[in-house]
Design a protein around this ligand. Sequence first.
Ligand code: BGC
Length: 739
Amino acid sequence: MPMKSYIGLALCLLLFAACSQKPAGDKEAALNYKADSVLKLMTLQEKIGQMVLYTSDWDVTGPTIRSSYLDDIKKGNCGNIFNAHTVAYVRTLQKAAVEESRLGIPLLFGYDVIHGYKTIFPISLGEACSWDLAAIEKSARVSAIEAAASGLNWTFAPMVDISVEPRWGRVSEGAGEDPYLGSCIATARVKGFQGTDLADTSTILACVKHFAAYGAPLAGRDYNTVDMSRRVFLDTYLPPYKAAIEAGAGSVMTSFNELDGVPATGSKALLTDLLRKELGFKGIVVTDYTAINEMVNHGIVANEEEAGALALNAGVDMDMQGEIFFKYLEKQVKAGSVKVKQIDDAVRRILRVKFELGLFDDPYKYCSEAREKANVYSKENLEAALDVAKRSLVLLKNDNQALPLRKGDKIAVIGELAASKRDLLGSWIAAGQWENIPSLLDAMETYQGDILYAEGCKKMGDDRTGFAEALRTAAKADKIVLVIGESCDWCGEASSRSDIHVPGVQTELLAELNKLGKPVVVVLMNGRPLDLSREESLADALLETWFAGSMGGEAITQVLYGEYNPSGKLTMSFPRNIGQVPIFYYEKNTGRPIYLPNDKYKSKYIDVPNDPLFPFGFGLSYTTFEYSNLQLSDTLLSNGGSLKATVQVKNTGKVKGEEVIQWYIRDLVGSVTRPVKELKGFQKMELNPGESRTVAFTLTPDKLAFHRIDMSFGTEPGEFLVFVGGNSSDVMQKRFQLR
Ligand code: BGC
């Protein structure tokens, strides 16, 4: 061992001894005490090193600025690494930090474990469509177990950005358009990643992103300006971040966008006044990838040095990949433009998290080859992925009993995506591997044996030369399954689209197949709501499968053949065309609502209806559900009281199925105008054929609160409607009053 390492180790021992003397008092005080005992030993340069996060050269999502990260670690210039994983590699880097840096402070290892580490679950938008919080939490739990077993202790998830923008490719990473559902899912994901104890070796630190309002870029173009009223921000966009923080998320990532003229990464109003003071967030604020540097391009500062000061003063603790804190903070302290106290505060927060993770007790606690072997890509994890995948699929149309397929049917499968393995995984696939997973075609062949297949056309481009063979193949079959959609890299970051049709000539092929007069089932793979107007008119059945993950092929097969009755419901509205975007169910009534009797002067299009093709909350099943007898325990709700709404839900079909019962409210008159509907509760429930159940929902005043005219948060007395139904547009309603 080189001399330097011995010095490092000796200092480590001293440091651990200091840390183990816990003061009396609460957990907070104990953490601060431990962090402060380390802080006392640190030079300014070492402190700044803790505020630095560099990517390894394994994976990047932007330019790689420094290739010398190993050196930086040893010199104490870099306290955190991302995009490095596997036990072997993490151990090498951790060893450099612990044994070769002067103080031996362990590294955080971050990675974008968004919908799985190696076992890939459906893309987050797909998972959200399960409306199954237990399944979503399980997905995050399994992802954490795998990531933690492979050396990681931090994920850059959950992404909780609300979005009503299908043009924006990153809708695939979130939960959709709704603040209430988004909040429930944010909570489930944080719980799944972090468990109940961060020090447990199967949990990892969550990072809520992107703070804030990144999901509303103008015109759906990634990284574009965000401009919204404060009221919309507080009522619609903020709730999921808030929920994730209340669930205990230990870190928050700033967003690339500006909000109200200030880039989020330099916004004191967002990062300090709102996040820390109002929401009480105590964890780490990390920037997005080079987001400090980008403030120069935003035009909020003249140069990178100023950008660094702006970010620190706003409340940023850690600079992801930008090199700005590394290059300028020391100089700025000397010049007096930033204070050592600010640096100490940031470093204390970072060290606290390292203590909470237990890294000071055992820096190699995430580095067990045995655990890696046992926990990553296990049979059990794949089963969990299959379960969530089945629940995420949304049946959008099913005429003429096109589905389910029967084993005896002669099936022709058409489309490049049917045979694709890579696309099934979607974007952000971490360590996901597709080479050995079954494609949809493989899974259908395994299930049924004799499947006919022709590619027909590619998912992109205008080559029609495969049409003839596809038509010949389809002509031999009883039913046609056409698999079309987007390429997996058409969703996620930097994948905005101005046209949300199914790309290429895939729909043309559908039109040709339709002429054969046989039932055509369209299986869609895509990462955003698409304009499916044409597909809807041409297909007998439409099954939205998103990018369903490692077990996607099998999950889709099970749904196609009725082994699993689809139960997913959309969490984003699907427009009739791009011109309707943004479209979302919680719109306002306007002064000239569509239902007015006159023909022209009202809020409508002259060329397309106002409503979406498929509304929020919509999804069919192989059975049918009937709602009846909506009752309220009272028509008056008093402050501090509650009201019970009940409804009878019956499975009126022939097979067992799950229904998502959705409860909405409307505040009829407010000091500011209120949405025509707001989701406030839901239950997912399985019913046998003929079975009927009374489902209850408790209405309490807090569910009716909003930001009033004076921006205070609370309720206003008056008339309300409560709605219940199987989607946001087919509902029953009752009136009540809040006193
Ligand atoms: C993305 C983040 C991601 C980060 C690190 C950025 O480009 O916006 O969501 O966590 O890269 O990979």
